[in-house]
Design a protein around this ligand. Structure first.
Ligand code: SF4
Length: 339
């Protein structure tokens, strides 16, 4: 039996004051990953600060610059089915709906989605070492069963991947994360929010202690005409991605004016390659161009045995998803991309 205290905050300032003044406190929004971590004894909060009644976290509103602000407390399902998201940012809607189950999406918050932890099997087993759980204890995944693990950006200390679908789309869309903390408010470009493991795999992101995610801003450009999200996994639903790809294109006829390609399931953070996106600018949007871009994206990829297949899988997924982005209607269930 783990005893804990429970408090409700009604403002961001109150929530930050509460968490600063009680060691072992955790914010509670949807709690979907928190409960997993608690059950497996990975975390053991002594106090929960419920942030579900903070009004500014629950809003979703259009911004004067043409973008859209997603409250951190707004639920994943409500975000995916919001009419502005569906019309203007269908890539985000599709990525959210590819994640978890309907029940979890109904509970999970947008901010919590960014903060979910890896699904590495060893991380969830307190009986074995794990540098992410106990820094300095080791990484059994490197020599162990690593089918779901990273092929890009890993370190000798950790080869875990970040499991979110939503964040892959947010990376492709160049979202911005707005946070509040003891030192004030700040905004973090999405590409800089999560971090690679390096020698501190215990840190998943660049939040400072006691900072609270308040909202996520989407820029005006939503790539609603040419987009696709492809998630490849061991079973069709309620499974984390082995490889996922978010592709957003701006086309001038057959020519690519701008390309965004973000990968999930391959690294400790959603993965983008500026070199590959620069390469695609001005190229004809076809399988050959996407295949060459895929070679650039995967040029530094390394497998650890069981996950070697991910390198070829990721290359094929990039090509297939690029073709699907040319015709978003092809994403209807059962439809195949045109060659
Ligand atoms: Fe732990 Fe990372 Fe190694 Fe998994 S890959 S066992 S999370 S250190």
């Amino acid at each position: 039996m783990n005893n804990f205290e429970y408090q409700q905050a009604t403002t961001s300032v109150e929530a930050i004051n509460l968490i600063e003044n009680h060691d072992g406190s955790r914010f509670l929004a949807g709690g979907t990953n928190l409960i997993d971590l608690w059950k497996y004894n990975i975390t053991n909060p002594t106090e929960l600060i419920d942030i579900n009644r903070i009004a500014e976290l629950s809003e979703i509103r259009e911004l004067e610059n043409g973008g859209l602000r997603l409250g951190a407390g707004f639920k994943n399902a409500d975000t995916a089915y919001h009419p502005v998201v569906e019309q203007k940012y269908p890539l985000l809607s599709k990525a959210i709906l590819a994640g978890a189950s309907a029940q979890i999406r109904n509970m999970a918050s947008n901010g919590g989605n960014l903060l979910q932890r890896t699904r590495c099997y060893y991380f969830y087993d307190p009986e074995v070492p794990c540098n992410k759980r106990v820094p300095g204890s080791g990484c059994p995944a490197k020599e162990g069963y690593n089918r779901i693990h990273a092929i890009l950006g890993a370190s000798e200390h950790c080869i875990a991947v970040f499991p979110s679908d939503m964040c892959v789309a947010l990376t492709a869309l160049d979202a911005v994360v707005n946070v509040a903390g003891p030192e004030g408010n700040r905004s973090i470009n999405f590409a800089d929010f999560h971090r690679l493991p390096d020698d501190r795999p215990d840190l998943d992101n660049n939040l400072k202690p006691h900072e609270l995610i308040v909202s996520i801003d989407l820029p005006e450009k939503g790539f609603a005409a040419n987009y696709s999200y492809l998630k490849l996994r061991d079973r069709h639903s309620y499974a984390f991605a082995l490889v996922s790809v978010a592709t957003a294109l701006e086309l001038d006829g057959d020519t690519i004016k701008e390309a965004r390609i973000a990968l999930g399931g391959v690294a400790h953070k959603p993965w983008r390659s500026a070199e590959a996106e620069d390469f695609l600018r001005g190229k004809i949007a076809n399988a050959e161009s996407f295949a060459l871009a895929a070679d650039i994206i995967l040029s530094g990829a390394t497998g650890y045995g069981h996950n070697d297949f991910k390198i070829k899988l990721a290359k094929r997924a990039i090509v297939r998803n690029g073709l699907m982005a040319l015709n978003p209607e092809s994403q209807l269930p059962g439809a195949q991309p045109s060659a």
